[in-house]
Design a protein around this ligand. Structure first.
Ligand code: NAP
Ligand code: F7E
Length: 336
């Protein structure tokens, strides 16, 4: 039975990947940092928490990483752990660089001496493209990160590549574009919108306050994207792959589609920071913009070209924008 170790097991992708690998017959170890108690809520929602062996794991602590690798000796390591919220990275740039950037080097150094045969997956990000230098973005597009998070991911991307080339480690990076699900963290824009729209529909919330509605993202479904992570480690050659849907939509379009799914009639008014959505029923503003949610530097528009992954890995996204919005808003209407 193949053994997989997943860091960031308590996060969105950790839960979906664990479920996917268990389904394929893997023995799954989940690496989680010590809190007052482990946040296993997402694993419970997917019904897999009892099948995963949790090990204490802190990306800031190399001795701890070494101990886990010595005990588990995984065939495959999926490094999904990170300070992953871009907005927070402007407030904690050093911490983000340490966890999201240097944390990867701590794993690679430990892997190199303890289990050099382990295959390694690094969670790279479309945030590395930032202020994009070409559209759509593919594996050859130059990086231009726009946040401490994006810069840390560029570091971890290149250090992964460097260990592959220097030490012949089977190390891959998946350059994943935004991927969402009902298990997405509450602070990310899609979950924030889906949750608020359901609450507005039920009369539990009056208004949704957001930042830049013009930003565009290539949004996919996390359940589809974790399949690509696994496929990368099964390929003959270790390499890097863009994973995306090939469609881009603005935050405003996401709101519009969400309000339509919840059957809330509305109309847009104003422009830029004065944009708001007015309920046709109550005449009140149900969506407004606030300076508070704008970032010091923005990634305006992302659109991925995943033809390499489609060709070599045989991967393709099954869930497109409309279905993603539908599944996220309906989940909130049923469970919120
Ligand atoms: P997420 O939900 O924020 O999960 C992040 C995970 O990292 C959580 O389990 C968190 O643990 C853990 N973590 C944070 N700091 C840690 C530390 N110091 N030591 C050990 N673990 C730590 O993120 P996600 O959406 O699942 O994304 C997974 C990975 O893909 C991340 O590396 C992210 O940067 C990257 N990525 C995500 C996307 C996307 O659209 N979702 C796109 C591209 C790349 P706690 O539960 O204790 O906080
Ligand atoms: O923002 C805008 C915001 O925080 C998307 C992470 O998983 O994907 C994610 O990073 C857009 C941005 O995701 C609000 O300014 C407007 O333009 O959902 P987000 P992100 O920053 O794209 C990448 C690929 C990762 O790797 C990251 O780990 O939406 N926006 N108003 C807002 N965003 C938030 N969060 N909240 C707002 O109120």
């Amino acid at each position: 039975m193949a053994i997989a170790l997943i860091t960031g097991i308590t996060g969105q992708d950790g839960a979906y990947l664990a479920k996917h690998l268990l389904g394929l017959g893997y023995k799954v170890y989940g690496a989680a940092r010590r809190n007052s108690n482990y946040n296993t809520e997402r694993l419970e929602i997917l019904g897999v928490e009892k099948d995963i062996k949790i090990r204490e794991f802190e990306l800031l602590e190399e001795s701890n990483i070494r101990n886990v690798l010595e005990e588990v000796k995984p065939d495959e390591i999926y490094n999904l752990g990170a300070q992953s919220f871009v907005a927070a990275s402007f407030k904690t740039p050093l911490y983000t660089s340490d966890v999201t950037g240097l944390g990867v080097l701590r794993i690679l150094e430990s892997l190199r001496s303890i289990c050099p045969e382990s295959k390694f997956y690094q969670a790279s990000s479309s945030e590395m493209f930032g202020k994009v230098l070409e559209t759509p973005q593919n594996e050859d597009t130059r990086f231009y990160p726009r946040s401490p998070y994006g810069v840390a991911k560029v570091y971890s991307h290149f250090i992964t590549q460097n260990y592959r080339e220097s030490y012949d480690i089977f190390a891959c990076s998946g350059i994943l574009f935004n991927h969402e699900s009902p298990l997405r963290g509450n602070e990310f824009v899609t979950k924030k919108i889906a949750k608020a729209v359901a609450r507005i529909k039920k009369g539990k919330q009056d208004q949704l306050k957001l930042g830049n509605l013009e930003a565009k993202r290539d949004w996919g479904f996390a359940g589809d994207y974790v399949e690509a992570m696994h496929l990368m480690l099964q390929a003959n050659i270790a390499d890097d792959y863009v994973i995306s849907t090939g469609e881009t939509h603005s935050v405003k379009e996401f709101i519009q589609a969400s309000l339509e799914v919840a059957d809330i009639p509305f109309e847009w008014e104003g422009e830029g920071i004065d944009t708001c959505a007015i309920s046709k029923k109550s005449g009140k503003k149900i969506v407004v913009c606030s300076e508070e949610f704008y970032r010091p530097a923005e990634v305006d528009s992302l659109l991925g070209d995943s033809s390499k992954a489609r060709k070599i890995l045989g991967w393709e996204p099954k869930t497109k924008f409309a279905s993603l919005v539908d599944l996220m808003v309906k989940y909130e209407l049923e469970n919120n």
